[in-house]
Design a protein around this ligand. Structure first.
Ligand code: ZN
Ligand code: ZN
Length: 752
């Protein structure tokens, strides 16, 4: 008996080959009807024998195209229409969007093979792509996803491309950015004075080979590229970018990467995944790599080429390239063709006329325990949704903290975490956040009913809240938000112990928090304990100049004379002034920050006195510790009860470190071990009191994978079940997700 049903499928179902898949499947099951894209999702009507309809339905759910994501699927029987064939009908815009968007996708193997095939009509074509690869998020203006709503609008297809685009059996069927030499974008090149030159690709290669810096337009922003093996080039790049010592990421083929770094099978898979992130890999051998690339660190960041243009460049250069986001100091990545700004940063600009609609930096990740461990979630992952186990009728917009900010929209059981924005203490970055938020609002038709922000009264992104006068404002404490992010990512609704080891954030008691332990769930999270408060002189200055905090630690241990005075004098007149403020406890504030403890220990161990980039000393401390053999050495620490809070006192440990004349690497390792043990002790106390078995580890300090692995191991030995991050970073890039989730929880708590 014949039947007809109407099927609605929502999720990532556009721009990923979903309709041709349905078309081919309908034919395979001998069904008639149609399929169309709407702003509510893909809608299809199929007519045929009852059994065939059922088989078809089961088949499409089970075998969707690899890049698609079915979030919702609904079938309903409708009257027969006697249709005679199956066809694809034009898209329909129904206003209210309920669609998701695919992230930008690295070039696929098929396209790469075609590009390098001298017989192919797209041989060496820098914009080759197909249904399985190419730009998506960065070129879409609005939904539903169709060429006229992307920046490909201005490139009418030639007959041949049109044929591929229109053929459901072609692998370029409805690939919106499809193009070729005859009809697509073209490369352009600009010299130092902004003058346009012929043969842009060859010119760019020449410049790179001559150790100069070339700005290269990528998928979602510009890179600055140069030879990674040339000290001269890297020094020049540092000059132009105004970046002293912060490491640069490299782009290289997998084969090249393996010469320099250890690559596990999981890492190999991630390097070549559609998201193609920068992976932090353990150095194996840095022979030939410019010494000033990543001085003194044990990891190097590598990614593989992910656009056709990257492949063309690497193929000609034949060695690893530095590929770093093109941006002016403290400003977001450049993604428009701002020739003037770019020529200040580079010697040559390799660009093209396919516009980038919205920016996204490269994502950065690591592999921990054979799983993805995110450091910066951006290109390739954004705007993939995260499933949230709570349904709320509200739409939350969380604006993130100030540093490494992201934003999150939470609605209808999902969270869309926006791309990496950066530090919003700069007006240009704040503007970028506003732009990206507005882009999401338009794209996904979202209007926030609740705006969530950090409890810090001085964070600039608070300003963005004024755009939503009708939305209710909710504040979430910084380190609670870290725990909230972990809960959201794991769909954790039950109470847990949340250990949030971080830099600094505003605490609800007016102090600066940053080494916190909480107990509770997403509806109610309470402070259980923290690292002992220590006086943080000079406020925010201490993050960049950690000798200030080291001086405060010395004062705490030894008083104002002796070692302390000696150290202050070593720092010159400034040192003596800071010591005065410490003595009087003025111009500073108590802090429980764990990041500052790492800084302080780094200084006291002689690794440096300044952080020329965030986390420099902590990273050096980690690298030093990793160079030591495994050992059981620890230092003493205290656990004290103060006003109903558990206080982890690390001062005995720091005294031990200062007075230890032993091997420095072993000391650094023992520091990590002691901290891990102290945290486990806190967790055990919390378990005894609340009978909770699950512990979550979050906060920027847990980017330190040595500390992370040590703490996880110790917790498991004590039979805890342990949660760590994967999809969102432990650092402040994860905060907006936690803000949104905890705000939703608070509201549910109130409404019940
Ligand atoms: Zn492809
Ligand atoms: Zn064409």
């Amino acid at each position: 008996m014949k039947k007809r049903s109407r099927i609605t499928i929502k999720g990532i179902v556009q721009g990923v080959g979903f309709r041709p898949f349905l078309y081919r499947s309908a034919h395979q099951f001998q069904l008639t009807g149609f399929v169309k894209n709407t702003s509510k999702g893909v809608i299809l009507e199929v007519e045929g024998e009852k059994q065939a309809l059922e088989d078809f339905n089961a088949y499409i759910i089970k075998n969707p195209p690899p890049l698609s994501l079915i979030e919702h699927h609904e079938t309903r029987e409708i009257p027969l229409e006697g249709s005679e064939r199956f066809h694809i009908v034009p898209s329909e815009d129904t206003g209210q969007n309920d669609l998701l968007v695919s992230p930008d996708i690295a070039i696929c193997a098929n396209c790469r093979d075609e590009m390098f095939d001298p017989q192919d009509r797209r041989h060496n074509y820098p914009f080759i792509n197909c249904t399985d690869c190419g730009p998506r998020f960065s070129i879409i203006n609005s939904l539903p996803y169709d060429r006229p709503k992307t920046t490909m609008e201005k490139f009418p297809m030639c007959p041949q491309c049109g044929k591929e685009y229109g053929d459901p059996y072609d692998r370029r069927y409805h690939a919106q950015p499809v193009s070729c030499y005859r009809c697509g974008p073209v490369l352009t090149g600009h010299g130092k004075e902004g003058e346009e030159t012929a043969n842009p690709l060859d010119k760019a290669i020449e410049h790179i080979q001559a150790n100069r810096i070339v700005a290269v337009k990528g998928l979602a922003g510009y890179h600055l590229a140069c030879r990674a093996l040339s000290q001269e080039a890297v020094v020049r790049l540092r000059e132009l970018k105004g970046r002293e010592t912060k490491p640069f990421a490299l782009m290289a083929t997998l084969e090249m990467i393996k010469q320099y770094a250890h690559v596990s099978p999981k890492e190999e898979a991630l390097l070549q995944s559609p998201a193609s992130p920068i992976l932090l890999l353990k150095c194996k051998n840095n022979d030939g790599i410019a010494p000033s690339l990543a001085p003194g660190l044990a990891n190097m960041g590598f990614m593989t080429p992910y656009t056709p243009l990257h492949f063309l460049i690497l193929e000609k250069i034949g060695e690893p390239l530095v590929m770093t986001s093109a941006n002016i100091t403290d400003e977001p990545i450049i993604y428009k063709d701002e020739i003037q700004s770019l020529s200040g940063l580079s010697d040559y600009i390799l660009s093209h006329d396919r516009e980038i609609n919205i920016f996204a930096d490269d994502s950065v990740a690591q592999v921990v325990n054979d799983k993805l461990y995110m450091v910066r979630r951006s290109r390739g992952f954004v705007p993939l949704p995260l499933k949230i186990p709570v349904q709320t009728p509200h739409t939350f917009l969380a604006l993130g903290p100030m540093m490494k900010t992201t934003f999150t929209f939470l609605y209808k059981g999902k969270a869309l975490v926006g791309q990496y924005i950066g530090d919003t203490d700069s007006p240009a970055t704040l503007e970028a956040e506003k732009k990206a938020v507005d882009h999401f609002r338009n794209l996904f038709s979202l209007e926030p009913t609740h705006v969530v922000m950090d409890a810090h009264p001085g964070y600039p992104n608070r300003e963005l809240a004024s755009q939503y006068p009708n939305a209710q404002v909710i504040e979430i404490q910084h380190h609670q938000a870290h725990v909230g992010a972990l809960m959201a990512e794991h769909g954790m609704l039950k109470p847990m112990i949340g250990i949030s080891m971080d830099g600094t954030g505003y605490g609800t008691d007016g102090n600066i928090w940053g080494g916190e332990v909480f107990v509770g769930d997403y509806k109610k999270l309470e402070r259980f304990g923290h690292l002992k408060y220590l006086f943080l002189p000079s406020g925010d200055k201490s993050a960049k100049e950690p000798w200030r905090f080291a001086l405060s630690v010395l004062h705490e241990l030894y008083g104002p004379e002796g070692k302390t005075l000696e150290f202050a004098r070593e720092m010159g007149i400034k040192g003596e002034q800071v010591l005065e403020t410490i003595k009087k406890r003025v111009a500073g504030i108590p802090t429980s920050s764990c990041g500052r403890v790492f800084d302080g220990v780094g200084v006291l161990m002689g690794l440096g006195k300044l952080n020329s980039f965030e986390g420099e000393l902590p990273m050096k401390l980690q690298a030093l510790a990793e160079s030591a053999p495994k050992g059981s050495k620890t230092y003493p620490y205290g656990l004290e009860n103060e006003k109903k809070l558990q206080i982890l006192n690390l001062m005995p440990m720091i005294r031990g470190i200062i007075e230890d004349r032993g091997d420095r690497a072993e000391i650094a390792r023992a520091f990590h071990t002691t901290l891990a043990k102290g945290l486990v002790k806190m967790a055990t106390k919390a378990r005894n009191e609340y009978n909770i078995e699950t512990v979550g580890l979050t906060g920027g300090v847990f980017q330190n994978t040595l500390l992370l692995e040590m703490t996880v191991d110790l917790l498991k030995q004590e039979d805890f079940s342990v949660l760590i991050h994967s999809q969102v970073p432990p650092n402040d890039g994860g905060i907006s997700l936690g803000q949104a989730f905890l705000a939703a929880g608070q509201l549910l708590n109130k409404e019940n």
